[in-house]
Design a protein around this ligand. Sequence first.
Ligand code: RM4
Ligand code: MN
Ligand code: MN
Length: 432
Amino acid sequence: MDAADGVGDGDWGARSVTALRNHERDYDALAERLARRGQRAETVVQAVGRFAVAVPSWALGTGGTRFGRFPGPGEPRTLAEKLADVAVVHRLTGAAPRVSLHIPWDEPDDVPALRALAAELGLGFDAVNSNTFQDQPGQPLSYKLGSFSHPDAAVRRQAVEHHRHVIEVGQVLGADAITVWLADGSNYPGQMSLRQSFDRVLDCLRDVYAALPAGWRLFTEHKPYEPAFYATVVQDWGSSLLLAQALGERAQCLVDLGHHLPNTNIELVVARLLGAGKLGGFHFNDSKYGDDDLTAGSIKPYGLFLIFHELVLAEHERLAGFRPAYMIDQSHNIKDPIEDLLQTVDQLQLAYAKAQLVDHAALTEYQESGDVLLAERALKDAFETDARPLVAEARRRAGAALDPVLAFRASGYRARVAAQRTAGGYIPPQSL
Ligand code: RM4
Ligand code: MN
Ligand code: MN
């Protein structure tokens, strides 16, 4: 594989002696500065080295809006090519070892063969995703008026059957969770019963929950609107929590950072779900207005840091049941998808590293003595620290790149695959 993709020689970024020397000087300077604050750079580097996030199978092609799409050269045409691209992201960041598969967008023909191919590339599988928000060719019944919430029991049965199938595929792949995002909802008042639609969703989810293999979890993902523009059935974290609590211990909530109404305090939502033992996972992205699916950290980096602060607190406190599944869910509309993913993973590693720099003992002391200013500053001190050398060091130790995007550009990978992947265009899933 290494010879084929040209990005596997393990010395990325360290290839330039000057880049490596500059990195070492930056790292030493930061380590010294942290030591003066009583903090160890080494501890943070090790924590960043353990951080991992899954890449969704739908993220390797150029995304688009309902107005259009501007594909770039060398997009993957097959699942195998998508895996090859994820392997590049993992090799350059050291932090993307798993793929989150979407069915039927990425329905494998030969599931065991896909698992073997992934293993060859050093990849595994994270939560599998179902899709009852579109009708598939040949599907007997339509989801136009809903899936799990549909008034017709036959449609609901078809949707449950689809989820059983997704779980079966996931099981063969070695996944251990299913994420359920439903588009169910209505566009006009009166279109559906607001209460019954929720009860039907819960009933169907009970069937899916009952089909979970041992050790599996089910994540419910909420979204306030789109494609339903009047009332979405699972529209907020409260509804998601009701479902997860009614289903049982192995049902938890998934927080997609773009699925909140404007100005929602997402770190507070995260804290509530953590407190209830119901935080299952994340779909990382960023947004300015709605479900924009922009690069994580590109619009509200402080918000991302505050979310990671809650996560790191839970980690340090060894909160019971805390086992979050981290995934990316973005639409790469105008950046090269691989570059955007590299930038995303870097931003997540950075937010995680900064959150590790919060002095928890001092923060607690300020909170308890009512020192508002210093409490806030305990967070700001961490956020404003340039933690990039810590992240680069974690990557260097993992044999990944000091600067993944520059290493990717220097590798010539995109041009090479553009030459290979010529026949037939990649048809992307509709961007949602
Ligand atoms: C939705 C949601 C789901 C994703 C689809 C494509 O808005 O974020 O997680 O699977 O889009
Ligand atoms: Mn999502
Ligand atoms: Mn979304």
